[in-house]
Structure formats: C-alpha cells, structure tokens
Design a protein around this ligand. Sequence first.
Ligand SMILES: Nc1nc2c(ncn2[C@@H]2O[C@H](COP(=O)(O)OP(=O)(O)OP(=O)(O)O)[C@@H](O)[C@H]2O)c(=O)[nH]1
Ligand SMILES: [Mg+2]
Ligand SMILES: [Zn+2]
Length: 289
Amino acid sequence: MTKVQTGLVIEFYSNSCLVRTKEHDIPCIGIKDVVVGDQVNIEIIQDSKKIRGVILSKEPRKSSLRKKENSKSKVIAANLSHVGILFTPQPKTTSEFIDKWILTAILSDIKPFIICNKIDLEHDELYERNISVYEKLDIEIIKISAKKELNTNNLINFLKEKCVLFVGNSGAGKSTITSLLTGKKIKTNSLSNNQGVHTTSISTLYQTKNDISIIDSPGVRDLPISGWNKDEILFGFQEIYKQSKKCKFNDCNHINNKECAVLDHLSNGEIDESRYNNFIKFRDSDNCE
Ligand SMILES: Nc1nc2c(ncn2[C@@H]2O[C@H](COP(=O)(O)OP(=O)(O)OP(=O)(O)O)[C@@H](O)[C@H]2O)c(=O)[nH]1
Ligand SMILES: [Mg+2]
Ligand SMILES: [Zn+2]
C-alpha cells in the first residue's frame, strides 16, 4: 500500500477520525484543525493486524461552515456546497431560524436553499405567509414529504454532485431525509418534540449512489451569530444589502436616516418586513443567540 495517500474525512470523533481513501476507510490520528469534509493527506502505518493513519496535511477548503460566537469562531464542516434549511409546519420553523442560517451560509461561501418538508401535513396561514417571504428571494425552494416520499426526486436531482448539510429543528426530518437519500437507516427521532430530544451524536459524511455527499453534524444544533460584525450581517441579507448601496449616506442606519433606500423598499413592499426586522435584530443585539 502506498505510504502517503489522500482521502476524505468522513467521520469525526473527539480524538480521531475516519478517512476514506480510494480503497479503504482508515482510522486516523493527528486531527488538529481538521473537520468532516476535509480532503487530507495521510501517512499509512501498518502493523500486522491493523491499518492506521496519521494526518500530515489538509488541502485548501472550498468553503468552511463557521459558527461565530463573540470572539470565538469554529469551523463545523468543510467543503460544503449547500445548506438545506428545513422548513416544517410541525415543529414550527421560525423566520429567525431561517434567516440565521441563510446568513451563516452566505458568510461561509455556501449556497443556502429551503426544503419544505412534511407537505403531507396540515399547515396554517402563518406557514404560508412565512414561506412566501422566501419565494420572493433568490433562493431555491423544494417542497417534499420525506416520510411519504412525495417529490423527493426533485431534491435528489437538485443535490447531484453536491455536498449538503441539512439543518432544522429537532424533529424536522433531517435523519429521515438522510436515510431516504443514502438508503441507510439513520436513527430517526420519533420522540422529537419542540423541546428537542437529540439523536445524532458524531459528525458523519455519507456518500450516496446518486453522487450526493451529506454531512450530518451535531455541531449545528445551536447557531450563535453574535461573532459576525454589522457589515457581515448586512451582507447576509442580500436583498437589503443591494438596496443599502443606494442610501444617501454611507453610514445610513436604515432605521431613521433620510433618503434611505432600504426604508423606501420596505414601505413599497419590495423588502419584506420580517426579513427587515430580523436584519435589525441580528445587527443591533449584542448577544443574539
Ligand atoms: N408526516 C411527516 N412526518 C415526517 C416527515 N419526515 C419526517 N417525519 C417524521 O418526523 C419525526 C422526526 O424525524 P427525524 O428525521 O428524526 O428528525 P430530525 O430532524 O433528524 O430530528 P433530530 O435528530 O432530533 O434533530 C419522525 O417521526 C419522522 O417519521 C414527513 O415528510 N411527513
Ligand atoms: Mg436526527
Ligand atoms: Zn439606509
């Protein structure tokens, strides 16, 4: 066996990880600064019984999903192309949850999109109104029922050759979707409720026969955004950011300054109120959790 090989980090534990090379899945140590999704170079150490590896280096990342809390910044997954944000009638998904994830994805160089899961369930008017906000934005929305397997081919086709992370409240259906796509039984959480009973514990990358990579990580359960600065938060709301460039004053606060293009577009309905309110809330709260 070649002594130095390249591979993909597919599982991550507290002090070791599993690297998939062309031929083997090899347990490795030397994981400093490495996360699931990283492409790494490893040196093989083979004794009579086991193959093991030591990570020598990692390749430059195409993207890093970052969790930023005050001065702390933590990479959770590498080389994701997409974040699929689950939007469900039950448990109810808030616009704040969606906007935080859109923001984090954009600022991590990853494309966000929305999966409306559980379309087989009844939903109220508020759900309709919430989703219509995103239908006006430049963001893909895919409506499915993972459990009843409705429209799931749309999701599969969209995700071909992509690397995706699904995010959603506990019970939204992340494991159900992952099971469906991988054909592997991933433990689903039938006890899920709004308080959340968590079932997934280590970070794993699954590769499906349709050439989809899925990263499942417990690190995304809470999403602090307090570490992003005000300019970054504005950039995370793309439709607001675009208008902000037309405001009369460079340092416009977009709240009560004169000739503010953001406020103009808010009053004519081109910028949605709930998006605007979340933008101000995220930007101006010191400790937004
Ligand atoms: N009616 C309906 N139920 C669904 C659908 N998708 C998933 N469920 C159910 O919702 C429950 C929770 O699904 P999970 O896949 O475990 O949710 P999860 O997002 O992985 O939850 P955590 O692991 O706790 O974060 C399970 O009982 C699923 O069978 C759907 O499209 N329709
Ligand atoms: Mg789960
Ligand atoms: Zn303004």
